[in-house]
Design a protein around this ligand. Structure first.
Ligand code: NAI
Length: 268
């Protein structure tokens, strides 16, 4: 259902890899709601070729950028300015841990991989906002979002060093949100999403058990990628202008449940 919530709005969407990606769903929904945007991802992800299909469907340009490279981000924002003038929204939907990928347990983390993971999954959010602010690309009352997970607050052992990355990501949103609010009335938030079957999600060891447990713990069940996209649209729209510096749980109620009857029943 489209209600033109984003009509006239322009943006940049980071992180659509394939049709399972949360960013892919956000792009489809943003297009349906009347937004225009640039799609971006790391050059290696773009070479996989699937993003072209989304670009055609949503009538958007694809511009490669490694989100850890200031030079790439500067080129990306220059291209966005050339195409749109100022923009209204940015989605940071980026995550990667080499320790997770290589199956290295948290207590034995390789620090080179750890730093790389922090840079890609969290510090890149600071870099994106720093370049956006320096180049003055955001319209007043714009909205910037990143995606997080509750492992920032609670221990989920297999989430490994991504837990630390998400804690840093949420802290960056709060702190940059203060400065961007004063500077431009731009709001900055993170959405803490249910476990979702995507390429990044499925990389977590024991993901099936993880997602089933969350399903049984959440009164509303796990939120899908499409439902997450709907929430992102509301946060890019003018209906949420005073929501900023928040970590917003989009998890079917998981974060406030101690134990559910469904999980209790398994121990009776
Ligand atoms: P995904 O694998 O589809 O998306 C991750 C994206 O990060 C990919 O498009 C990848 O190419 C991009 N990326 C990796 N390194 C990059 C770099 N250096 N520069 C630019 N882009 C880079 O998976 P998903 O699940 O859609 O992930 C999106 C976000 O949602 C991530 O921040 C993830 O941590 C978060 N999230 C995912 C959950 C899940 O269970 N799938 C739950 C909660 C949050």
């Amino acid at each position: 259902m489209s209600t033109n919530l984003l009509k006239g709005k322009k943006g940049i969407i980071f992180g659509a890899l394939n049709e399972h990606s949360i960013a892919w769903k956000v792009a489809e929904r943003a297009y349906e709601e009347g937004a225009e945007f640039i799609l971006t991802n790391a050059p290696v992800a773009i070479r996989m070729g699937e993003l072209d299909e989304l670009a055609q469907k949503t009538n958007s340009d694809v511009i490669p950028a490694d989100a850890t490279s200031i030079e790439d981000l500067e080129k990306l924002f220059d291209a966005a300015t050339k195409k749109f003038g100022k923009i209204d929204f940015i989605l940071h939907s980026i995550g990667m841990s080499l320790n997770v990928r290589k199956g290295i347990p948290y207590t034995e983390n390789n620090y080179e991989y750890y730093m790389k993971g922090m840079d890609i999954s969290a510090i890149s959010f600071h870099k994106v906002m720093k370049v956006a602010m320096q180049k003055d690309v955001m319209n007043d009352w714009g909205s910037i979002l990143a995606l997080s997970y509750i492992a920032a607050q609670r221990v989920f052992p297999n989430y490994n060093d991504m837990s630390n990355a998400k804690a840093l990501l949420e802290s960056i949103a709060r702190n940059f949100g203060y400065h961007f609010g004063i500077d431009k009335k731009v709001r900055v938030n993170t959405i803490s999403q249910s476990p979702t079957a995507t390429t990044a999600g499925s990389g977590v060891k024991g993901f099936d058990a993880f997602i089933n447990y969350a399903e049984d713990m959440s009164p509303l069940g796990n939120a899908s990628a499409l439902a997450c996209a709907d929430y992102c649209i509301s946060l890019f729209s003018d209906l949420t202008k005073y929501v900023t510096m928040q970590n917003l749980f989009h998890d079917g109620g998981f974060s406030n449940v101690g134990v559910s009857q469904k999980v209790m029943d398994k121990f009776m």
